[in-house]
Design a binder for this molecule. Structure first.
Ligand code: NI
Length: 165
């Protein structure tokens, strides 16, 4: 188990586009494991490569419900439907929360850690997490796309309740 250092607001890696992963080798598998460990330590529901300083297209998601754990390589949204306005936070912006407009449902194509093509259909929180993490791979962060006037900074106590990505 290895916890990676998180990158925070102001770190320029968070605004860069991550590169495609060509080969899923042991190093990538190790990275995925470390990303799960890091996300769990900070009680996040999602984490993207750039957030641990790796500019590669890899994300992990755990909704803490049965079977809702994903490690995805080169994920891509291939369709989306509907709309939801949701509360959002991010492990790279520990005290900031805002409302963000997201698609209600998405279909994502990716590779799993065995290099097999997978298609994930996500609704609600899973759809939100997939969109948030894929944004990270494109150098986009939620504070730049939130609904006007909804960005708030909370104290450590206040943020206990909130889930971050
Ligand atoms: Ni995030």
């Amino acid at each position: 188990m290895a916890i990676r250092n998180l990158r925070y607001e102001g770190d320029e890696i968070l605004s860069k586009r991550a590169r495609e992963i060509e080969v899923i080798d042991d190093k990538i598998k190790e990275l995925a494991k470390d990303m799960f460990d890091t996300m769990h330590k900070y009680e996040g529901v999602g984490l993207a490569g750039p957030q641990v300083g790796i500019l590669k297209r890899i994300i992990v998601i755990d909704l803490y419900e049965d079977g809702q754990q994903y490690a995805l390589i080169n994920p891509k949204i291939i369709s989306q439907k509907g709309e939801q306005i949701v509360d959002e936070g991010c492990l790279s912006f520990p005290n900031q929360f805002a409302k963000v407009r997201r698609a209600k449902e998405v279909v994502v194509e990716a590779l799993n850690l065995d290099g097999k093509k997978v298609k994930i259909k996500g609704k609600d929180l899973l759809a939100q997490a997939l969109q948030h993490e894929i944004d990270h791979l494109n150098g986009e962060v939620f504070v730049n796309k939130c609904e006007a006037g909804t960005l708030e900074t909370l104290t450590a106590d206040e943020r206990q309740e909130k889930r971050r990505k």
